[in-house]
Design a protein around this ligand. Structure first.
Ligand code: ZN
Length: 132
């Protein structure tokens, strides 16, 4: 069974291209400088459509998480249990990803984590997080 990977759109393409190069980026408003994630077509604060992509350091903390014990798709049956976490980056935006590199029962809210890039194929590299 093939790995399930996120779909790429024109809106999200810069995020995935940066991840493939081992860089984590988030959208930034050119007008008010706000950062956010996931990508949007306009700034959630001032509604400007002049947007660019800002590199972020990839460090943050687990904001909330869940441990998935029951696969929601047959392709995930060999991966349970796994952790799906909302990671709050030091720069502010929150990124949904898996936490790897520790047992699921070791994950805690507030746990410091850093990005770790997991290459799936030639197109998709997933930004994941590991304890730091
Ligand atoms: Zn703005």
């Amino acid at each position: 069974m093939a790995r399930i990977v996120p779909g790429m759109t024109e809106l999200t393409r810069p995020y995935w291209e940066a991840a493939r190069e081992g860089r984590l980026v988030v959208q930034r408003c050119v007008r008010c400088r706000r950062l956010w994630h996931p990508p949007l077509h306009r700034c959630p604060r001032c509604h400007a459509t002049e947007l660019d992509w800002a590199p972020v350091g990839g460090r943050g903390a687990v904001y909330t998480f869940t441990v998935v014990d029951h696969p929601t798709h047959v392709a995930l049956q060999d991966q349970v249990p796994y952790v799906v976490a909302l990671v709050e980056l030091h720069e502010g935006p929150r990124v949904l990803a898996n936490v790897r590199g520790c047992a699921p029962e070791e994950v805690r809210v507030g746990m410091p984590v850093q990005v770790a890039f997991e290459k799936v194929d030639e197109v998709i590299t997933l930004p994941q997080f590991v304890p730091c």
